[in-house]
Design a protein around this ligand. Structure first.
Ligand SMILES: Cc1cc2nc3c(=O)[nH]c(=O)nc-3n(C[C@H](O)[C@H](O)[C@H](O)COP(=O)(O)OP(=O)(O)OC[C@H]3O[C@@H](n4cnc5c(N)ncnc54)[C@H](O)[C@@H]3O)c2cc1C
Length: 246
């Protein structure tokens, strides 16, 4: 056994995801600015404070009638830490999103793995596209956790063994499972975020219900919370008009 293998980090297990808003230029005034630029020009940014009722009315009108482009003149960059299976779903969102993910070629992947938390419903019933999830029994939680942790440990040991034998990281990583945590920067605007939220959250205000996997929904909920603080009028209008991206 080489020195590297001897100091291989011990696997750790997480049942949460993290989302940090690392940079943003996003406010309700940006929507007004874009919508009114033809008549009011730069003054439109001041109007939010001067006439909030009118501003709310304009944002509601744009949302209701699906005039989408004024919601694109803003930017939010999130640092997301979540399992690879979440990223696989996330990266399907192509329009208005930019991604940069940590590399498994240039750095050794750290052994942080996903296990379901106690509140994660484990049992699936119903038909494809409209599953219902129910709480698992304590035995099912134990079975899932024990099986996942054993599998993760074995996979990571195989990864480390290959690295110790001089196999390239980009080859050795093939044995690592989709429960491994990864991290990425994801940059979007309010319009692309609303489209993402409409598909990746389950909310009774939605006129078109969606049934996302819980783990990507955990990411989506954290993003929504941070976006709502930046753009409260736009967020309220999104909810008011059925959580459909304009
Ligand atoms: C609950 C759920 C289950 C899913 N299950 C599966 C599955 O089993 N298998 C699977 O492969 N995927 C699955 N997906 C992924 C899904 O098919 C979409 O890839 C994903 O939701 C991204 O949606 P989008 O294409 O609308 O988003 P974006 O790529 O961000 O596109 C946004 C919008 O831009 C327009 N657009 C973008 N690209 C084009 C284009 N090339 N041509 C025309 N218009 C375009 C469309 O109006 C689109 O809605 C699932 C998604 C959800 C939410």
């Amino acid at each position: 056994m080489t020195d590297e293998a001897a100091v291989a980090p011990e696997p750790t297990f997480r049942d949460d995801v993290t989302v940090e808003l690392v940079r943003s230029s996003a406010q309700d005034g940006d929507v007004l600015f874009a919508a009114r630029v033809s008549t009011a020009g730069e003054q439109s940014l001041d109007e939010l404070q001067q006439d909030p009722a009118r501003s709310r009315g304009l944002i509601n009108y744009l949302m209701r009638d699906r005039h989408g482009t004024p919601f694109e003149h803003n930017s939010m960059t999130f640092l997301v830490s979540a399992p690879i299976f979440v990223f696989r779903e996330f990266h399907r969102h192509r329009a208005g999103w930019s991604y940069n993910e940590e590399s498994g070629r240039y750095r050794e992947l750290q052994p942080v793995f996903y296990v379901p938390g106690a509140e994660r419903k484990l049992v699936q019933r119903g038909r494809p596209g409209k599953y219902e999830f129910h709480a698992g029994t304590p035995e099912q939680y134990r079975a899932a956790t024990v099986a996942m942790e054993a599998s993760y440990r074995q996979a990571y040991a195989a990864y480390q063994a290959m690295l110790a034998d001089g196999v390239a990281r980009e080859v050795a990583r093939a044995v690592l499972p989709v429960g491994l945590f990864s991290s990425m920067y994801a940059t979007c605007n309010a319009r692309s975020l609303m489209h993402f939220l409409s598909l990746r959250t389950k909310d009774e205000r939605a006129t078109v219900p969606s049934f996302p996997q819980r783990e990507i929904e955990m990411v989506a909920e954290k993003m929504e919370q941070q976006w709502a603080a930046l753009m409260p009028l736009t967020h309220a209008a999104f909810n008011e008009y059925g959580r459909v991206a304009p």
